[in-house]
Ligand binder design. Structure first.
Ligand SMILES: [Zn+2]
Length: 241
């Protein structure tokens, strides 16, 4: 005959195990969530790479243009200066030489002007690409934030469920003998959430190793709590419950 007190304690341990398994599973899921959010963030940040590159090229085009504008101004000053010198020239030879010098400077100025105009075209093209890319990034950001919110809601929901389970657990704990509870919790911690398992035929329901006939008899007799020799889980016979 099974010991009634042991049998009752076993029933309580099985109830506790049911709750603790759920708490362990939920905590395991929760532990993965920050990594998941971080991965989503990295994925979203990578979508901004093209936009950043485009903004960099726009800056480069603008810098080059600023240099060209400085060149152009200096070229204009040189031309003005040469024109002033022209009126002071006495000989035809010198005059012709100065005119040719001015023409050459004007040609240089035209080339710079042309480059400045082209740089405006380039900037417009890049700006159009930036506007398009900004829209894509905004869509990606929305997707990221929506998914992040989903994960955060899931975390809140799971935390709420864990709290409920802990409340239920507190109702059972006072009904378990202190020594048995300490033993149970020690195994639970060590075996990552599994401390009480049924005997399955002649094998342990925790590690699935064969049980000694002596152990099987002890489990059936249920005079005390019997642990598996291999995995240390507390074993029970479903016939007794
Ligand atoms: Zn075992």
């Amino acid at each position: 005959m099974a010991d009634t007190h042991i049998k009752q304690q076993m029933v309580k341990l099985i109830e506790l195990q049911k709750i603790d398994s759920q708490i362990f599973d939920f905590n395991r899921h929760l532990a993965e969530k920050p990594k998941e959010v971080e991965a989503l963030k990295i994925q979203f940040e990578s979508k901004k790479t093209k936009l950043n590159q485009l903004e960099e090229s726009l800056k480069k085009v603008q810098l080059v243009r600023r240099d060209l504008e400085v060149d152009m101004k200096s070229k204009e000053e040189q031309i003005a200066k040469a024109n002033t010198q022209l009126s002071l020239i006495k000989t035809n030879k010198e005059y012709t030489a100065k005119i040719s010098e001015i023409e050459s400077m004007k040609a240089d100025k035209s080339i710079i002007e042309e480059k400045i105009l082209l740089s405006y075209d380039d900037a417009d093209k890049i700006q159009a690409d930036i506007n398009q890319e900004k829209q894509i990034v905004a869509q990606e950001e929305k997707k990221y934030l929506d998914r992040k919110k989903e994960v955060e809601d899931y975390i809140k929901d799971v935390e709420h469920k864990i709290n409920q389970l802990k409340t239920n657990r507190q109702l059972i704990v006072p009904q378990v003998d202190k020594e048995i509870l300490i033993r149970y919790e020690k195994i639970l911690k060590h075996k990552e959430g599994i401390a009480v398992v049924p005997m399955k035929g002649a094998v342990c329901g925790g590690c699935f190793m064969n049980l000694q006939p002596q152990r099987i008899n002890e489990i059936k007799a249920a005079q005390s709590l019997i642990e598996c020799d291999m995995c240390s889980c507390i074993l029970y016979s479903e016939e007794n419950i």
